[in-house]
Write a protein that binds this ligand. Structure first.
Ligand code: IPE
Ligand code: IPE
Ligand code: MG
Length: 245
């Protein structure tokens, strides 16, 4: 079935669409294993699925999509797998004209210092190329870890304290938020994790303080726009109290 035919079937229910959705794109390895394929084939299928899901998000009015592509802990994997993932990400960033055509703004969040020069160049290029678009903002979390992000932000604030520009008692929650890679963006309303794992694995820990969570047993490459619509429908039934009554 063509993507547009698939979409037409998966209308989102009436009601508030989440402004910001985070997705932990997990289960690529298991998807490949089930098919007797190398893990890299799972990562390729997962990267392709992100295009479908991102386009769908844009079409239903989601403003921000943060996709967890590679964590600060994923370097523990065999070099061969890490290299395959980095190659795919490079390819993904190079396919930018497809995304630009969909009016998407592409940003990368995470510690870029450990990424190759080639990937860094591509990240700058994709940002330059898409920054004036007015549709969905897609954050690709690449070498991203929430704890690492918070340490990085705390160092920035500590440096201001050392220079005498800021008193420790004047540090606010807003300043901490502004010191993160997601500065200026709203917190995620909904965080989705496919693949059956029930954890956050160091994803948006500060920003997700009041996110609604939705889990599915489907591996990421098989995760459909229909399931996303289901997650949004579930989100619309939740009562978000933020500590109030
Ligand atoms: C998610 O899929 C992709 C990355 C973490 C880079 P996995 O590779 O973790 O897939 P599983 O969890 O082994 O199935
Ligand atoms: C989380 O998946 C990271 C990404 C999807 C990029 P992992 O597969 O690394 O998480 P754990 O190890 O199961 O917690
Ligand atoms: Mg995994």
């Amino acid at each position: 079935m063509k993507w547009f035919a698939r979409w037409a079937k998966h209308k989102v229910a009436e009601g508030a669409v989440p402004i910001h959705i985070g997705i932990i794109m997990d289960g690529n390895g298991r998807w490949a294993k089930k098919r007797g394929l190398p893990r890299s084939a799972g990562h390729r299928a997962g990267a392709n699925n992100l295009k479908t899901i991102a386009e769908y998000c844009g079409s239903i009015g989601v403003k921000y999509l943060t996709a967890y592509a590679f964590s600060t802990e994923n370097w523990k994997r065999p070099k061969e797998e890490v290299d395959a993932i980095m190659d795919l990400l490079l390819q993904y960033l190079r396919d930018v004209d497809q995304l630009a055509g969909k009016n998407v703004v592409v940003r990368v969040i995470g510690d870029r210092s450990a990424l190759s020069e080639e990937i860094n160049r591509e990240i700058d290029h994709v940002w330059e190329y898409t920054k004036d678009n007015t549709g969905l903002v897609m954050n690709i979390a690449l070498n991203y870890g929430s704890r690492d992000e918070l340490v990085h932000g705390m160092r920035v604030l500590a440096e201001r304290v050392r220079r005498g520009e800021l008193a420790p008692e004047d540090i606010t929650e807003q300043m901490v938020s502004d010191s993160l890679y997601t500065a200026g963006q709203p917190d995620p309303d909904l965080i989705i994790r496919p693949s059956g794992e029930l954890r956050l694995s160091n994803f948006l820990l500060w920003q997700g303080a009041y996110s609604e969570l939705w889990f599915s047993n489907t591996n990421w490459p098989d995760f459909t726009t229909g399931q996303l619509a289901e997650a949004i429908a579930a989100y619309q039934t939740r009562s978000r109290r933020f500590g109030g009554v």
